[in-house]
Ligand binder design. Structure first.
Ligand SMILES: [Mn+2]
Length: 653
C-alpha cells in the first residue's frame, strides 16, 4: 500500500475514533453539553473526512501513471506532441490510424501498408528509423512489430531547420575563361570589345540570377561566393552555364569555354579558398570546359568535360611556349630530356624532337633512357640508335645523367607529368629548372614547381606538340629522316594509326614529318608485331565478354604476364568490333600487379572510370594498375567502377 493511503487511513481512523469518543461521552453523561459536543464533533468529523479524501485524491493524482493520468486526453497529448500511429494486421493491411492522421484527412485504412509507403519495408528487416513524407510533412517512422504499430513522429520543423542550416553554408568558386586572351589577341578591335562584353554579360547574368556574389579578379577570371542552396541548384541543372557560355561564345565565332573550380564543405574560409583554387587547377589542365568540385576530404567531382577536348584554334599559345622554351634552353648549361617509364615511341620520338631543338642552340643535350624500362618496340628502336652514329652521345642512362647536373641544368619532361612515371626520380629531385610538355589530361599528381608547363590535352601525342614547337624556333632545327620516322611511329602509336584523338593539327604534324623525310613504311615496320605477340593478343581477345552499355571486358589469366602494350592493343582491337563503345583489357603485368587498359569511342569517358580505380589518361584512352589482386578480382572492381560511372551519369541526367 502507498504511503499516502496509510496516512489517509490513519487520519480517517483518528477522526472516527474522536467521533466515537464524543458519542460515548454523551451516552455516559447524557446531558445537553455532551450532546452538543458530540454533534459538533460529528459535523467537524464529516467535514474532515471529506477533506481528507479530497486531498488524498489530489496527492494521489500526481503519482499516477501516464496511462491513468491522461486517459481520454491521450488523443490531444499525441497530437500536441506531433505523434501519430498506424496499426496494421497480420497481412500488413492498415486497420486503424490515430487522430492526427485522421485530422490530416488521410484515407488509408484498408490499404496495404507498403502500398501506401513502400520505403517502410526496410523497417520490417531491421530496427531502423525511416523518414517518410505524408502530405508534405516529414515523419520519422518506427515499427513496433510486437504490437503491429508504426509510430510516427512529426520532424518537419527539425528537418527544415537542418536544411536551412545546410543551405546557408558558404561555397567559393574560381571561374576562368579558357582561351580568353588568345581570342582577344587574335581579334580586331570591334570583335575584341564584343568578346569582352559578351563573356562578362553571360557570367554576370548567371551569377546574379542565382544570387551569387561575383567579382572579377583578373583578365578572364572571376571569383564567386554563394551558399549551398545555390550550389545545389547548379548541380540540378548540371552546371548548364558551361553550355550556355560555350554557345554564346560560338555565336560570336570565338572558341571559349569556362573552367570552374569550386570549394565547399568546410567552414574555414582559408580551406575553402585552397579547395577552390586547386579545383580550378584541375579543370584547367584537364582540357577546360568543365567544373571540378572539391568538398573537404571527399573525392573530386567533375561536371562537363564529357565532350572530348576540342582543338584550340589558335596557335598563339604554341608560339609563346616555343619562345619561352628557347629562352630557357639558351640560359641553360646542359639539357636532359626525359620521357616516361616503360618508354613508348611517343615518349622516345618526342624526346628526339626536343633534343634536336636543343642542339640547334648549340647546347649539350642527352635523352635519359632506362634500358630496363622500355616497351618492346621502343627497345628495338633504341638498339638501332645505339649503333647509329647520328645518335652518338645522345642517349644516357639515369645514373650517368645525375653526375652532370649543375644549377643551370635544364630538365625537359615529355609525354608525362607525374613524378611516379619519371624514369629517374633522382634527376627530377636534383634538377631545379624543369619544363613539362605533355598531352595527357592533368591528374592530381603533378611534378612540383616546373618553370614552364605546356599541357595540351587536345593534342594527339607529345610528338605533335613538339613538332609544332620546332616550327616556331628562330633557328634551323635539323630533323633527319630517321628522327622523323621514329617520331611518326610515335604518333601512330598514340593515335592508334590515326584512328583516335586525331585533329587537323595531327595531320599537319604528319605532313610536317613527311617533309622531314619520315618513311611511313619504316614507321609501320617499327610497329609490326611478332607472330608470338599477335597470338598473345589473339588469346586475350578471345576472353572478351560483353558487359553492359556495349562494353567488352577481356580478362587475362592469373598465371600469365603481359606487357602493357599488349593489353592496350587488345583493347584497341576490341574497340574495332562494331557496336563496341568501350573495351577494357585486364592482365597481369608483374608478379603483384594487374593492369587495366581502357579504350572508348567518344561516348564513354574511360578516363573517369580508370580514375576511380586510381589510374588516369584521356577521355577515350586510359589505364590503371591494381596491386595485390587477381585478374578476376580486378575484373570485379572494374565492373563496380563501370556501374558507378553510369549511376552517377544517370543521376546527373
Ligand atoms: Mn604519349
Amino acid at each position: 500500500m502507498q504511503t499516502i493511503d496509510k496516512v489517509r487511513n490513519g487520519c480517517i481512523a483518528f477522526v472516527l475514533f474522536m467521533m466515537g469518543l464524543m458519542w460515548m461521552g454523551e451516552a455516559v453523561f447524557n446531558n445537553r453539553v455532551a450532546l452538543a459536543l458530540a454533534l459538533y464533533a460529528t459535523v467537524v468529523g464529516v467535514v474532515a473526512l471529506v477533506a481528507i479524501t479530497f486531498f488524498s485524491h489530489l496527492v494521489r493524482r500526481r503519482n499516477m501513471s501516464v496511462e491513468e493520468a491522461v486517459n481520454r486526453d491521450v488523443k490531444n497529448v499525441l497530437v500536441f506532441g506531433g505523434l501519430a500511429m498506424v496499426k496494421y494486421d497480420d497481412s500488413r493491411n492498415i486497420v486503424w490510424i490515430s487522430d492526427m492522421l485522421e485530422a490530416m484527412n488521410l484515407k488509408i485504412t484498408g490499404l496495404k501498408l507498403l502500398d501506401w509507403q513502400p520505403t517502410l519495408a526496410s523497417l520490417f528487416d531491421s530496427d531502423d528509423i525511416q523518414v517518410i513524407d505524408i502530405k508534405g510533412k516529414r515523419f520519422e517512422a518506427y515499427n513496433a512489430e510486437e504490437s503491429k504499430l508504426i509510430y510516427l513522429k512529426d520532424v518537419t520543423q527539425y528537418m527544415s531547420l537542418q536544411q536551412d542550416f545546410e543551405d546557408q553554408q558558404i561555397c567559393m568558386a574560381y571561374i576562368s575563361i579558357d582561351n580568353y586572351e588568345e581570342s582577344i589577341e587574335n581579334a580586331d578591335e570591334a570583335t575584341a570589345a564584343q568578346i569582352q562584353s559578351v563573356c562578362r554579360q553571360v557570367i554576370v547574368d548567371w551569377a546574379y540570377a542565382d544570387g551569387m556574389i561575383l567579382r572579377s579578379y583578373r583578365t578572364g577570371g572571376y571569383v564567386a561566393f554563394f551558399n549551398e542552396r545555390i550550389y545545389r541548384k547548379q548541380l540540378e541543372n548540371k552546371f548548364a552555364i558551361l553550355d550556355t557560355f560555350k554557345k554564346k561564345s560560338a555565336d560570336i565565332d570565338a572558341m571559349m569555354t569556362l573552367s570552374i573550380g569550386i570549394g565547399r564543405g568546410t567552414s574555414v574560409l582559408k580551406e575553402l579558398e585552397e579547395l577552390a583554387s586547386s579545383a580550378l587547377q584541375l579543370t584547367y589542365s584537364r582540357g577546360g570546359d568543365q567544373v571540378a568540385i572539391k568538398s573537404g576530404k571527399d573525392k573530386v567531382r567533375y561536371f562537363g568535360g564529357k565532350s572530348d577536348a576540342y582543338e584550340k584554334s589558335s596557335k598563339v599559345r604554341t608560339r609563346v611556349i616555343a619562345n619561352s622554351l628557347a629562352g630557357l634552353i639558351k640560359r641553360s648549361s646542359n639539357v636532359y630530356v626525359m620521357g616516361h617509364r616503360m618508354s613508348d615511341l611517343d615518349s622516345l620520338g618526342s624526346s628526339i624532337g626536343i633534343a634536336r631543338i636543343v642542339q640547334a642552340y648549340d647546347k649539350r643535350v642527352a635523352i635519359v633512357i632506362d634500358d630496363n624500362s622500355l616497351e618492346e618496340k621502343t627497345r628495338a628502336v633504341v638498339q638501332t640508335m645505339k649503333n647509329d652514329n647520328r645518335y652518338d652521345g645522345m642517349l644516357t642512362g639515369p645514373n650517368e645523367a645525375v653526375e652532370r647536373v649543375n644549377k643551370d641544368t635544364l630538365l625537359i619532361v615529355v609525354d608525362n607529368h607525374k613524378p611516379s612515371l619519371a624514369i629517374s626520380s633522382v634527376l627530377l629531385d636534383m634538377v631545379k629548372n624543369k619544363v613539362i610538355i605533355d598531352h595527357h589530361r592533368r591528374g592530381e599528381e603533378f611534378i612540383s614547381t616546373p618553370v614552364l608547363t605546356y599541357l595540351e590535352p587536345s593534342a594527339s601525342s607529345a610528338v605533335e606538340l613538339i613538332t609544332e614547337l620546332i616550327d616556331y624556333q628562330n633557328v634551323d632545327v635539323r630533323i633527319n629522316e630517321r628522327d622523323a620516322t621514329i617520331m611518326y611511329a610515335g604518333m601512330l602509336v598514340d593515335t592508334h594509326f590515326f584512328q583516335q584523338r586525331v585533329g587537323v593539327r595531327t595531320f599537319q604534324t604528319a605532313a610536317k614529318l613527311k617533309d622531314f623525310n619520315a618513311s611511313v613504311t619504316d614507321a609501320y615496320e617499327l610497329l609490326q608485331d611478332s607472330f608470338e605477340r599477335t597470338q598473345e593478343i589473339g588469346e586475350l581477345e578471345r576472353t572478351a565478354e560483353l558487359y553492359t552499355h556495349h562494353i567488352v571486358i577481356a580478362t587475362g589469366r592469373d598465371d600469365e604476364t603481359h606487357e602493357q602494350v599488349v593489353l592496350a592493343k587488345t583493347s584497341n582491337n576490341l574497340l574495332e568490333v562494331s557496336d563496341v563503345m568501350a573495351a577494357f583489357t585486364i592482365g597481369r603485368t608483374a608478379k603483384n600487379k594487374v593492369n587495366i587498359s581502357a579504350r572508348s569511342s567518344h561516348t564513354i569517358n574511360v578516363q573517369m572510370i580508370m580514375e576511380s580505380l586510381g589510374g588516369g589518361g584521356h577521355f577515350s584512352m586510359a589505364a590503371c594498375a591494381l596491386e595485390g589482386v587477381t585478374t578476376e578480382q580486378a575484373c570485379q572492381r572494374l565492373k563496380e567502377a563501370i556501374d558507378r560511372y553510369f549511376e552517377e551519369r544517370s543521376q546527373e541526367e
